[in-house]
Design a protein around this ligand. Structure first.
Ligand code: PMP
Length: 305
């Protein structure tokens, strides 16, 4: 069991052992939780939580899809995230706010729509796909599992239940000797990774699937798109065919956990130079530059604890 120190739970900071939910929680039976994954970085000005407001706004959106009323307003959760990082004395952190349906009756339709629990868990966390992966690229594969069809469970709502799909994709990839798995949509076109958005670089253009390709509209995806355009690079949202990926000059993944990770091999086919391509490297530098001060934060993305 991992100990997460102090957790913000339903309005109070408590020891992890005091933060309990019922085994009859609706979220356990039916996957009805919505959550976020957010990083706090050590910067020259102190610890900053990256795009905290944008992440929390996405969580409210995710909750609204499932008619789940979040009992705390944005200011309260914003403060609570900052407090939890500070109390756990984390200089850099992974922050996991979660809102879940509690014990509101065993049926699928909750008897009490307002029975929800809210928690904020924090931890220290390094490179999700490994330091070596960040530097030299990872082996990835297209799995036999597709991503969610858009008219089944909405991929744009970051709900707990969606991660059954991510688990199958991630497990299959690891069973096949890869670090991460990528899912196609039910139309056979590229969707996203188990927990990452995908970009390809082809002939001076950067291409990523649109939100209609069964993806979560990633905040890192938006960050990298903004940074690339800032450099004068062309970024387009377009459907991507599987073979386009094999022929790409570069492929990289983005996500709060994965940050900007190059894909060096896809389905055992070497991509581009077989390492971190020059465009990916540039975008990585621009991204990490936000935290070491070499990229100016013109967007107010750094929210200090
Ligand atoms: N897609 C999925 C399925 C994810 O879980 C994540 C991680 N939250 C992403 C994409 C990337 O989103 P973000 O950049 O906002 O972390």
């Amino acid at each position: 069991m991992v100990n997460y120190g102090k957790i913000w739970f339903n309005g109070e900071i408590r020891d992890e052992s005091e933060c309990t939910v019922s085994v009859a929680s609706h979220a356990l039976h039916y996957g009805t939780s919505v959550f976020e994954g957010i990083r706090g970085y050590k910067t020259p000005q102190g610890t900053a939580i990256f795009r905290l407001t944008d992440h929390l706004e996405r969580m409210y959106f995710s909750a609204s899809i499932y008619r789940m009323p979040v009992p705390y307003d944005l200011e309260t959760l914003h403060q609570a995230c900052r407090d939890t990082v500070r109390i756990n004395e984390l200089e850099s952190a992974y922050i996991r706010p979660i809102v879940l349906r509690g014990n509101c009756g065993i049926g699928v339709i909750p008897k009490d729509m307002n029975m929800v629990d809210t928690a904020i868990i924090t931890t220290a966390w390094g490179a999700y796909l490994g330091e070596d992966g960040l530097k030299n690229g990872i082996k990835a594969c297209i799995t036999s599992w597709n991503r969610l069809a858009p008219n089944t469970m909405p991929p744009g709502s970051k709900a707990g239940g969606n991660y059954l799909s991510s688990l199958l994709i991630g497990l299959e990839a690891r069973e096949r000797g890869c670090i991460e798995g990528i899912g196609l949509g039910v139309d056979g076109l590229l969707s996203e990774g188990a927990g990452e958005n995908i970009f390809i670089v082809e002939k001076e253009r950067i291409v990523t699937p649109p939100v209609s390709s069964s993806i979560l509209a990633g905040i890192t995806r938006d960050t990298v798109t903004t940074l690339a355009k800032e450099r004068g690079l062309e970024v387009v949202e377009q459907s991507i065919a599987r073979e386009q990926m094999y022929a790409a000059d570069e492929i990289f993944m983005t996500g709060t956990a994965a940050e900007v990770t190059p894909v060096s091999q896809l389905d055992h086919i070497v991509i581009g130079n077989g390492g971190c391509g020059p465009v990916t490297k540039q975008l990585q530098n621009d991204f990490f530059g936000l935290f070491n001060g070499s990229t100016k934060d013109r967007w107010g993305w750094l929210e200090y604890v």
